[in-house]
Design a protein around this ligand. Structure first.
Ligand code: NAD
Length: 353
């Protein structure tokens, strides 16, 4: 067999170190930014204020109003605030919600951003933006929303609660898994995705056992960086499609939804995706990665029932209809019956069939 692929490297600088937070001013200087808007969730306002203290002369606005899935009204307010403040750049401190809001600002204004991620979601490495209207989430790609610089400091993840650490880590694992069977993967993305899965599968039980274990935190964040990178570089399949529909239709929590769905999609897809199956078997040291992940996540305290996360009992029809409405890539053809079985099992928290 001969090689055939297209690989595109994205611009962007990554600084990864315990204590990287202290290099924020230096990185902002490198970009020549003078009037910054800082975005974060309300819960992380104190952290954002503390991290940006050395830059206080250059902070034009602190905007702690990020919420999950970036509602269009929340985005519009943040864009208006950045214009009022005549900001020339943005700093996002937090998880995918904060980084998503910085992306919404960049999408409308073109402002460059520095991201300081504190979860494993990986949005900081992608040119993908997302906005949520009345009951549906819209996403798109725009190179302008990719942060110019990303500062990864594993010490900032020590406060991430145990359960969210686990589910956020499985959110990252989902990016790696789907990159391994992506229709547009390359040898580089395959290496990165397999390494990501290895790092995450090894780190997550250690983080669960001791959330203050800095080496385990460093391994998990390293895996999350690689996962975000391949998320940005490849096309995701059924798993991300289902999570996107569920998040938009029922406002379900992001990382938890990924955790409840991924075992079912892996059990369905891996028989048709040899490379992903081999990489995940090796990462977990177990055959049947879907079933293994389900029991691992459940044993470590994750909620595996979408109903318990807020999906209505009669919501399966909505999910199936939206998932069937637009085509998407997948290594295995998916019928309505397959979808009903997967979503039905995830709704009640059954192990994969
Ligand atoms: P999040 O950003 O909503 O964070 C969840 C909660 O945890 C928030 O209350 C936050 O303040 C808190 N938190 C975050 N880090 C913490 C820490 N270290 N210590 C204590 N509390 C902390 O959750 P998320 O899972 O990171 O992001 C989910 C969002 O990101 C979704 O909207 C999703 O669609 C988006 N996302 C986008 C992409 C992309 O490429 N565009 C990729 C992944 C996720």
């Amino acid at each position: 067999m001969t090689h055939e692929f297209v690989h595109e490297s994205r611009p962007g600088r990554v600084v990864f170190a315990v204590g990287a937070r202290t290099r924020l001013a230096e990185e902002v200087d490198r970009l020549g930014l003078r009037r910054l808007i800082v975005v974060c969730t309300p819960e992380q306002a104190d952290l954002a204020a503390e991290l940006t203290l050395p830059l206080r002369d250059r902070i034009a606005a602190l905007h702690p109003h990020a919420t999950r899935h970036v509602p269009t009204a929340v985005a519009a307010t943040a864009v208006a605030r950045s214009r009022e403040a005549s900001a020339d750049g943005c700093i996002a401190v937090g998880g995918g919600s904060a980084i998503g809001l910085a992306k919404a600002i960049a999408k409308d204004t073109g402002l460059p951003s520095v991201a300081v991620p504190t979860t494993y979601a990986g949005s900081e490495m992608t040119p993908i933006w997302g906005l949520t209207g009345a009951d549906r989430k819209t996403t798109g790609r725009d190179p302008r929303v990719l942060p110019s610089t990303v500062l990864y400091d594993p010490a900032l993840t020590l406060t991430l609660p145990s359960r969210l650490s686990l589910t956020s880590g499985i959110n990252a694992l989902a990016h790696a898994a789907e990159a391994l069977y992506a229709p547009d993967g390359s040898p580089i993305t395959a290496l990165m995705a397999a390494e990501s899965a290895r790092a995450l599968a090894g780190a997550l039980p250690r983080v669960a056992a001791d959330p203050r274990d800095l080496e385990a935190r460093s391994d998990a964040l390293y895996g999350a960086w690689l996962a975000g990178s391949v998320l940005g570089a490849t096309t995701m399949s059924l798993h991300h499609k289902l999570c996107h529909v569920l998040g938009g239709a029922f406002d379900l929590p992001h990382a938890e939804t990924h955790t409840a769905i991924l075992p079912h999609v892996l059990a369905f897809n891996l028989p048709a995706a040899a490379r992903a199956r081999t990489a995940l078997e090796s990462a977990f040291g177990a055959a049947d990665p879907g079933g293994h992940l389900f029991h691992l996540a459940e044993d470590l305290g994750a909620e595996m029932s979408l109903a318990a996360l807020g999906m209505p009992e009669d919501g399966v029809d909505t999910v199936v209809a939206q998932a069937l409405a637009t085509p998407y890539a997948n290594p295995r053809p998916v019928t309505e019956t397959d979808l009903r079985a997967m979503v039905g099992n995830a709704l009640t928290g059954e192990a994969p069939a």
